[in-house]
Design a binder for this molecule. Structure first.
Ligand code: ADP
Length: 517
């Protein structure tokens, strides 16, 4: 099959969080299984250009609209680990993608609706016929709307569309005129059955548009699929999701086995075996983790000790319960453990709060806070950690617990979303003993954290055999994309049947001379 992702992140060239990992890992697995994959991304000025191979101009001229004006765009192509990328560079006075950031600008709506329109224009003008156009979260959720209401009427009918909801909290609420800017009749979408926001009747909601217009909607874990259909988890879109339940499916994310592999990870000081390891390799795992821990302790000026190392690598946003991460840090140190937090926050007051704590811990020697985004350090922390804490309020899938499991760090997780589907409590899970891989708690409060964290610290100290079994159970589990990719393929195959090639060819010839407006 031929699949085109239209997305705003791709690891490792443009990664903010899990979305980047997912586009990369899923695309690589689809390609490995023999499918053709292309990824259309904005050409951000902050791309990691060193990771791009064969960067070259593919199309010098691709005109598109923003309000009454037309702007030219250059389409570049490049390769990342064998994946084909198409990068859109607008020649627009607002320099939409030359801001040094991926998200967080006052005009993000305009940046990404413009990008969505240009991406569709590119597919239309080049006559590409993907079997599936796959879009992700609110920034590209307008694509299925543009496809059905603008490009399909013009005869472009080569694919079905799939929307994946990675996080329903962010929805892209905006004014109808934001849609008009990219060639749609904005006011006509301000009705409940189209894009009207369920809470603010004068606003349109881009994610809702994607849900209503895409042929299939997926989300990133089976439990999150259920949660987003409830008032607690749906952030106002629960009724829209319930109405569209027939096209909704939860497919558990994976992690890329090469990118996250302690056996080959270039960022580690000492590599060590994982996945499928037998008990006799345990000593190599322990030795590898010890070396990485030793290095990290020296590097981060933590005391040399036998204390268990608890870690967190996260965006510091309300979803991730920054307050409980702080609590876990304090409690860990109180109980004789060590704690490393690598976090970054787009929220000023949260950043400041952690900066203050960082200052307090400056000479502590048992806890350290790094307020940064650092891929290399993240890999090293996963490899060194004994435990990994995830006290999220909600977690659509969560990748850090999967990475932690693969690196032999035992997760301590709050039971929500994908964490329910992947972390199984060593004491209270009903799963067979050899599938239990962590410590869990139900309520996102300090009592909940204490209950799981203290059990974990006790187990580490007093029951080394049990601890090692937990580690091995986690490292044996296969959370690669091998399982999810065929589920996506099955879903792409269900998409509307294509027109016969002859009819399509005639239409394409007509279209090339027509304007897409
Ligand atoms: P989310 O997408 O909500 O941020 P996920 O658990 O799905 O959470 O994915 C987070 C991804 O981002 C993981 O690959 C994690 O290692 C990475 N990450 C998060 N914070 C940082 C950071 N400060 N530095 C480096 N990598 C980070």
């Amino acid at each position: 099959m031929y699949i085109v992702h239209i997305a705003t992140e791709l690891a490792p060239v443009a990664k903010v969080g899990g979305l980047g990992d997912v586009i990369y890992g899923l695309s690589k697995e689809l390609a490995r299984q023999g499918h053709t994959v292309e990824i259309i991304l904005p050409k951000y000025d902050c791309l990691s250009f060193s990771e791009l191979k064969n960067l070259k101009v593919e199309h010098r001229e691709l005109w598109s609209f923003d309000g009454p004006q037309r702007f030219n765009n250059t389409v570049w192509s490049a390769n990342v680990d064998g994946l084909k990328l198409l990068l859109i560079e607008p020649h627009h006075p607002q320099y939409y993608f030359s801001r040094g950031v991926i998200y967080g600008c006052h005009d993000d709506i305009d940046r990404f609706t413009y990008f969505s329109r240009v991406a569709m224009e590119y597919l239309f003008k080049t006559g590409k016929q993907p079997d599936a156009i796959h879009v992700h979260d609110w920034p590209t959720a307008l694509v299925p709307v543009l496809y059905k209401d603008l490009y399909k009427p013009l005869g472009y009918k080569t694919a079905g569309t799939v929307l994946t909801i990675h996080n329903v909290e962010h929805q892209g609420k905006c004014q109808p005129h934001n849609l008009s800017r990219v060639g749609l009749r904005g006011d006509s979408y301000l009705v409940p059955e189209k894009m009207q926001d369920p809470f603010s009747s004068n606003l349109v909601n881009l994610l809702k548009g994607g849900i209503e217009y895409a042929d299939r909607v997926t989300t990133v874990s089976p439990t999150y699929e259920k949660e987003i259909q409830t008032p607690e988890g749906g952030f106002g879109l629960q009724d829209v999701l319930i109405k569209n339940y027939k096209k909704l499916k939860g497919i558990l994310n994976g992690i890329d086995e090469d990118f996250w592999n302690p056996e080959k990870d270039p960022y580690l000081i000492q590599k060590y075996p994982t996945h499928g390891i037998a008990k006799d390799k345990l000593s190599d795992v322990l030795k590898g983790k010890k070396e990485n821990k030793r290095y990290l302790r020296t590097h981060l000026r933590l005391k040399d000790s036998d204390a268990p190392l608890v870690a967190s690598v996260t965006r510091l946003v309300p979803q991730k319960s920054p307050g409980l991460i702080k609590h876990a840090l304090t409690r860990t140190v109180e109980k004789g453990g060590q704690f490393i937090l690598l976090g970054s926050s787009p929220i000023n007051h949260v950043h400041k709060e952690f900066e203050a704590l960082q200052e307090l811990l400056k000479d502590d020697g048992n806890a350290t806070i790094l307020l940064d985004k650092d891929e290399a350090l993240a890999h090293l922390i996963f490899s060194a950690a004994d435990m990994f804490i995830i006290p999220s309020l909600f977690e659509p899938c969560g990748l850090t617990q999967l990475i932690a499991l693969r690196y032999g760090a035992v997760p301590i997780a709050r039971m929500t979303g994908g964490l329910v589907d992947t972390v199984f409590d060593c004491d209270k899970s009903t799963r067979p003993a050899d599938e239990r891989n962590g410590f869990t708690f139900d309520f996102p409060d300090s009592k909940g954290v204490d209950w799981a964290l203290l059990r974990a610290l006790e187990c580490y100290k007093k029951e080394p055999q049990k601890w090692q079994s937990l580690m091995l159970n986690g490292m044996r589990q296969d959370f690669s994309w091998k399982h999810a990719a065929p589920e996506y393929i099955a879903l792409y195959r269900e998409l509307p049947v294509q027109e016969e090639p002859e009819k399509l060819k005639t239409k394409k010839q007509d279209l090339r001379s027509a304007s897409a407006r």
